[in-house]
Design a protein around this ligand. Structure first.
Ligand code: ZN
Length: 344
C-alpha cells in the first residue's frame, strides 16, 4: 500500500490549492469529461472499445483528465493494465471511490458504466474541493475498477491488495445507475437489500441444464471451453453509511428509499463490501418504462445529457458522504463497527 490512514502526511496533489476551486469551474470540468466520455460511446465497426479488460480508452481518458487538473495518478495498478488510482489528501482517514468503465461487447455501454465512472470522478473532485478550501484532514482515493462485467474485477483488485490494509479505509463509496421513467427521476434509492437471492446456485443450475443440452453436440466432437472467474458476492451495504446518506438527503429535502425493493442484478462491489465498509447507491436516469439493463435502448439512455446530469447529482451526494466520513469521528467508528459485527 502506498499510503494509509496512519501514514505520514502526504502531499498527493501537485497543486496545493484545489483543482476545483469554484463551483462554475466544477461544472465546466464535468462537461469537459462528459464530452470526452460521449465520444467513447460511439460505435466502432472494427472492435469493441472498453470491453472487459480492454478499457484502455477510458483508462487513459480519466487519468489524463485528472492529471490535467493537477492530481497525482498511478496507471495500470494492481496487476490490471486498465486499473488506475488518483490520490488527494494528507493522510488520516481514507475514503475510496470506485469507478467502473467497462462496456459490453457489441452493444457498448448498455449497462451504463460510463455513468458510474462519470459520477465517481465527479465525487472525487467534489470531495477534494471542500477538503482543500476548508482544510479537511483525510485521504481520498479514486480507484479505477475494470472488468466488472463478467470477470468480477474487484475480486482481482482485492486479491492484489488494492483495499489493504482494510482498517485504514473508512468507506468505499460507489453509485450506480438504473432506468427510471421521467417523472420519478428525482428519487434516489439505496440498494440496501441488493442481491438477497442465491445467484451462484441459480448459475450452477443453469450451467448444468445447458451443458446437458450440449451433450449431443459434444458427441460429434465439439468442445466446450470454460472461463472461470471469482464469484460475485452479495452486497453488504453498511448500515451507518446508509443512515448517514438518508439523513443528509433529508436535509436537502430529497426523498430516499432505504431498505426498498430488491434489484435483480449483480455487482462486484459486493466483494468489496466484505472487506471494507461500503456504500452502494443508485441513481435514476430518464428512460422509457420498458428499458432494461444490457440492451441497446439502455445504452442510448446512458448517453443522454439528462443521464449525465443525474450522475453529476449523484456525484455531489457521494462527495457529501465522503466528507461526512472524514470529519465525523462517530460515523467513522460506527462504519467499522458495522462491518465487524455483520457476518452474514
Ligand atoms: Zn451489467
Amino acid at each position: 500500500m502506498i499510503y494509509g490512514g496512519k501514514a505520514a502526511a502526504l502531499n498527493t496533489c501537485r497543486h496545493h490549492t484545489s483543482p476545483v476551486s469554484r463551483r462554475h469551474e466544477d461544472r465546466l470540468s464535468y462537461h469537459r469529461l462528459q464530452t470526452s466520455v460521449a465520444g467513447r460511446n460511439q460505435p466502432s465497426t472494427t472492435r469493441q472499445p472498453g470491453a472487459c479488460l480492454q478499457e484502455f480508452f477510458a483508462h487513459d481518458l480519466i487519468v489524463k483528465y485528472l492529471e490535467s487538473l493537477g492530481f497525482q495518478t498511478r496507471r495500470s495498478t494492481w496487476n490490471l493494465e486498465t486499473s488506475f488510482e488518483a490520490l488527494y489528501g494528507d493522510g488520516g482517514r481514507q475514503v475510496v471511490f470506485c469507478a467502473e468503465y467497462d462496456a459490453l461487447p457489441e452493444i457498448g455501454h448498455a449497462c451504463g458504466l460510463n455513468l458510474i465512472a462519470y459520477s465517481s470522478v465527479g465525487a472525487f473532485l467534489g470531495a477534494a474541493h471542500p477538503m482543500a478550501t476548508l482544510g479537511i484532514h483525510g485521504c481520498l482515493r479514486l480507484l479505477g475498477t475494470p472488468a466488472e462485467e463478467g470477470l468480477c474485477g474487484k475480486a482481482a483488485l482485492i486479491e492484489a491488495g488494492a483495499f489493504n490494509p482494510p482498517e485504514d479505509i473508512a468507506a468505499a463509496i460507489y453509485g450506480t445507475r438504473h432506468p427510471r421513467v421521467a417523472d420519478e427521476v428525482r428519487l434516489r434509492d439505496i440498494w440496501y437489500r441488493w442481491l438477497q437471492g442465491i445467484n451462484a446456485l441459480d448459475d450452477a443450475v443453469a450451467a448444468y441444464s445447458n451443458i446437458s443440452l450440449l451433450r449431443q453436440q459434444m458427441i460429434t466432437g465439439c468442445k466446450v471451453n470454460f472461463q472461470t472467474s471469482p464469484s460475485f458476492m452479495k452486497m453488504r451495504a453498511n448500515n451507518t453509511l446508509c443512515d448517514a446518506y438518508v439523513e443528509d438527503m433529508a436535509s436537502l429535502c430529497v426523498s430516499v428509499v432505504k431498505d426498498g425493493e430488491t434489484t435483480p442484478t449483480s455487482t462486484d462491489m459486493g466483494n468489496v463490501s466484505y472487506v471494507v465498509p461500503s456504500f452502494h447507491g443508485g441513481f435514476a436516469i430518464p428512460a422509457d418504462a420498458t428499458t432494461t439493463l444490457h440492451t441497446p435502448t439502455f445504452a442510448s439512455a446512458a448517453r443522454t445529457e439528462a443521464a449525465h446530469d443525474s450522475a453529476i447529482q449523484a456525484a455531489k451526494e457521494m462527495a457529501m458522504m465522503a466528507i461526512r466520513v472524514l470529519v465525523d469521528d462517530n460515523i467513522a467508528a460506527a462504519t467499522r463497527a458495522d462491518i465487524e459485527k455483520d457476518e452474514d
